[in-house]
Design a binder for this molecule. Structure first.
Ligand code: PLP
Length: 398
């Protein structure tokens, strides 16, 4: 959380029914829409990302209905568990955690669903547990190619602010974000972008939640207000964070993330360790998960980094507990800070007794120093699902 944002967070709280608030809210809403690539309404909840997941489900689905979950990691697993608690039937498309969800499999499952039982496809754009990104446009095209009416719900919690998130261009129906990652804020804000089909569905099912209901948000937001007490201090912080992203320029912000992601991968390769993501087209801009060979496991390395350097590295989940560690390179980070992190990992590798090759930091330095000549190659760009031969408007079966 950068100093500028922390100072904004400490501003005196204002009356959330007064004119000053409406100026703040309208500014924040339009900034978020730009960042999320949308002209659609955006709801900002005083919640974590899990709340924003629940909001998306509560507005579009009723207990007993079926969703198709692309399960390629720990956070997808949690979202599925949440959906089940909410009373939904969850059909899981089990994927290889080292690769992105397979759009052809999504299409196959939807084609078999003649009765239109599946009401939504749940997809994580950047699976934070693995450092693998999904091709959202390809999944959109798969839904369209199957001529299926399922809504597409996309989680951008750990990609928002770190790469292009294009709700409208992707053809997503709901896009779900949170404050505590690329937005450089503390936890406490959850976001839903509400596409027209999703809003229509929310109205049709008469969303029973009072807290998450979009309709009240859309109505109040139009004049810069919220249906209930907002997290005003976090909105000050969000306004400042959006201003910082705007000043740097999104192209530059995303280029910086990509530079750091690719430099980190160079370091991992030089250490003789494995980048967990096996698909080059799916490398994450915001974190890199690293597979370690055996004993000592990843947790020994993480312990050394935390206890000796006060540097927390991300944990491995599920069957990859103790087998991977994760390096975050998102948000308010510059080249020097990244090199500090990589030096900390190299030092901890040595101290933990793990077998590795020295020279990872040097490889990252070499990469960073040549970035201006290699940087334009293969970096992610804005994507649109509309460049497809597949039918553009899905057939409604409801
Ligand atoms: N989705 C993704 C991709 C996440 O990384 C996280 C948390 O890290 C969540 C959802 C859950 O969000 P929260 O922990 O803020 O409730």
């Amino acid at each position: 959380v950068p100093d500028r944002v922390r100072r904004a967070l400490s501003r005196p709280v204002i009356d959330h029914r007064g004119p000053e608030f409406s100026t703040l809210a309208l500014d924040v809403l339009s900034g978020l829409k730009r960042l999320l690539g949308t002209a659609q309404p955006v709801a900002i909840y005083p919640s974590s990302g899990t709340g924003a997941w629940e909001a998306a489900l509560a507005n579009t689905l009723v207990p007993g209905e079926t969703v198709l979950l692309c399960r390629n990691g720990h956070f997808a697993t949690l979202w599925g568990a949440l959906a089940e608690r909410y009373g939904l039937r969850v059909e899981r498309l089990e994927g290889d955690w080292r690769r992105p969800p397979d759009p052809d499999e999504v299409e196959k499952i939807l084609r078999l669903d003649d009765a239109g039982a599946i009401k939504a496809v749940l997809l994580i754009h950047n699976e934070t547990s693995t450092g693998v990104t999904a091709d959202v446009c390809a999944v959109r095209r798969a839904v369209d190619a199957a001529r299926h009416g399922a809504l597409l719900l996309v989680d951008v919690i750990s990609s928002l602010g770190s790469t292009w998130c294009e709700h409208d261009g992707w053809g997503a129906d709901v896009t779900i974000g949170a404050s505590q990652k690329g937005l450089m804020l503390p936890p406490g804000i959850g976001v839903n972008v509400i596409g027209p089909r999703a809003l229509e569905r929310s109205r049709a099912i008469r969303c029973r939640s009072g807290y998450w209901a979009w309709e009240a948000y859309v109505e109040a937001n139009a004049t810069g207000f919220f249906p209930y007490t907002p997290a005003t201090s976090l909105l000050f912080g969000l306004q400042e964070a959006l201003a910082m992203l705007r000043e740097e320029g999104l192209d530059n912000v995303f280029d910086r993330h990509w530079r750091h992601a690719s430099a980190t991968r160079r370091a991992v390769e030089a250490w003789g360790l494995e980048v967990f993501c096996e698909d080059e087209a799916a490398f994450s801009p915001s974190l890199t998960a690293v597979l370690v060979p055996g004993t000592p496991g990843a947790d020994e390395l993480r312990r050394a980094a935390l206890e000796q350097l006060n540097m927390p590295l991300g944990v491995g989940f599920g069957e990859f507990a103790d087998r991977i560690f994760r390096i975050g390179h998102l948000g308010d980070l510059n080249d020097l800070m990244l090199c500090g992190v990589l030096a900390g990992v190299e030092l901890s590798l040595a101290r933990s007794g793990m077998a590795f090759n020295r020279g990872g930091v040097q490889a990252a330095l070499d990469h960073l120093s040549h970035w201006s000549t290699v940087g334009s190659v293969a970096r992610p760009s804005k994507q649109s699902a509309a460049n497809s031969a597949a039918p553009k408007s899905p057939v409604q079966r409801e």
